[in-house]
Design a binder for this molecule. Structure first.
Ligand SMILES: Cc1cc2nc3c(=O)[nH]c(=O)nc-3n(C[C@H](O)[C@H](O)[C@H](O)COP(=O)(O)OP(=O)(O)OC[C@H]3O[C@@H](n4cnc5c(N)ncnc54)[C@H](O)[C@@H]3O)c2cc1C
Length: 416
């Protein structure tokens, strides 16, 4: 790619945010360069759980059937364990809110992401360049972004220009950094260790096991595998002399029942680390483009909403970009509607996730919270429905929704 090429849109990063955006823009007739430094299928550290609200976003792009055909596991809800408590919530209707499906899906990221990338690449409007790392942005005299500089896998540099440039390049976004929009989140320095197990008895729900300083999250995925993440405070991980796999195994002593379950299977893959994860950006829009997905900032895996934000963010941005491109608008405020839509739609969810992150750092709060959810199963359903992205966080504040949940009879959780 040493020549200079010009497109309507450059999308940097072909994860779910970038591939969905490229596909949507191609369907609207725009030319798109979709760049990724990796080649697909590529691994991505993730809990691999898709909330129920992702289903219509996949279906609209013709991706739902291939994902199901690839063996995506239906996930009916979540089991939350910790400090001797066990609560269970399902993706069931709560108040006036019902999920498009009464389950989420879980599928290996190398499978999920490759399906979307191949669908995008099949469009004549999309030029997919795998193995291309974006190294910086090109700007005009007014500072507006007009394209990117890239390096291919042979180390050959090149430039691409476009009417708009989008950073969909994940939490350490090269685009956000080049534009000085990227900021770390110092109070939330966390690392994740991820792996998968085989030969585990797979159930219908995902599970989270809280313990002081972190949690294990796990879900069955396709191909009979059980995807397991450990999320821990960075200080604790760094202070340990143990290699990743041994550190992972050592933390299992905090969650004996879960450790027993894993011991009945076999770890089929290396333990891979990712972090520090927490970061944010000052704005998702800039003159000449925007950010989408994790490039806008890290989403804590505890609520399992990052993939929904990536796919729905791509939908919101595609609408604004198409309007701006049709109208020939490229000024600094051309994508302002996208910024507002994100704030309106994702703002309350991010606030709730932040509150949960802060609260769950305290053992006492976690124990009290899980105890409440254990005694009030409908409250657990309500919480799970909000994290399932079909009930809005304001449902937690609406007395007509939470009062029946709070006063639902105390029940024990089967199999707890
Ligand atoms: C441990 C963990 C568990 C998680 N669990 C869940 C879960 O269960 N459910 C859920 O919904 N979310 C989960 N998430 C969040 C989810 O993984 C992300 O929100 C999601 O991957 C965001 O998609 P994306 O397309 O924005 O970014 P990514 O999937 O990160 O894709 C970014 C792409 O950009 C490419 N790229 C990066 N830099 C460059 C560059 N300079 N040039 C070219 N290409 C570049 C990368 O190769 C990559 O392919 C989890 C995250 C973590 C860390």
């Amino acid at each position: 790619m040493s020549r200079v090429s010009t497109y309507d849109l450059i999308v940097v990063g072909a994860g779910p945010a970038g591939a969905h955006l490229a596909l949507r823009m191609a369907r609207a007739g725009f030319s798109v360069a979709l760049l990724d430094r990796k080649r697909f299928p590529r691994p991505k550290a993730c809990g691999e759980f898709l909330s129920p609200e992702c289903a219509p976003l996949l279906a609209e792009l013709g991706l739902y059937e291939p994902v199901v055909a690839a063996g995506a596991w239906p996930v009916a809800g979540m089991d939350l364990h910790g400090y001797g408590r066990h609560a269970r919530g399902g993706f069931v209707p709560v108040g006036p809110y019902a999920a498009p499906l009464e389950h989420g899906l879980a599928v290996r990221r190398e499978v999920l992401d490759a399906i979307a990338v191949r669908a995008a690449a099949a469009r004549t409007e999309v030029h997919l360049a795998e193995g291309h790392t974006v190294t910086g942005v090109l700007r005009d005299a007014d500072g507006a972004v007009t394209g990117v500089t890239v390096m291919d896998s042979e180390g050959e540099p090149g430039e691409l220009r476009a009417r708009y440039t989008v950073g969909a390049d994940g939490t350490r976004s090269a685009i956000a950094r080049a534009l000085d929009l990227w900021r770390p989140v110092p109070w939330l320095r966390r690392f994740a260790l991820v792996t998968r197990y085989a030969e585990i008895e797979l159930g219908p729900r995902a599970e989270v096991h809280f313990f002081p300083r972190g949690y294990f999250a796990a879900t069955p995925v396709d191909s009979g595998l059980f995807s397991v993440n450990l999320v821990v405070d960075e200080d604790h991980l760094r202070a340990s002399p143990l290699p990743a796999a041994e550190y992972f195994a050592a933390q299992l002593r905090h969650v004996p029942a879960f450790a027993e379950k894993l011991a009945r299977g076999r770890r089929g893959e290396a333990v891979r680390g990712i972090g520090p994860m927490a970061c944010t950006t000052t704005t998702p829009v800039f003159a000449g483009g925007a950010l989408v997905g994790d490039a806008c900032g890290y989403v804590d895996p505890v609520t399992g909403e990052g993939l929904f934000f990536a796919m729905r963010g791509a939908e919101l941005l595609a609408g604004e970009l198409a309007t701006a491109l049709h109208a020939g608008r490229t000024g600094p405020r051309a994508l302002e509607g996208y910024r507002r839509a994100r704030r309106r739609e994702f703002g309350p969810r991010l606030t709730m996730a932040r509150l949960l992150q802060r609260g769950l750092r305290s053992g006492l709060v976690t124990k009290t919270f899980l105890g409440l959810l254990q005694r009030r199963p409908r409250l657990a359903d309500l919480l799970v429905s909000v994290t399932g992205d079909y009930a809005p966080p304001r449902a937690l504040l609406a007395p007509k929704v939470w009062w029946p949940a709070l006063t639902s009879c105390a029940g024990s959780v089967a199999g707890a």
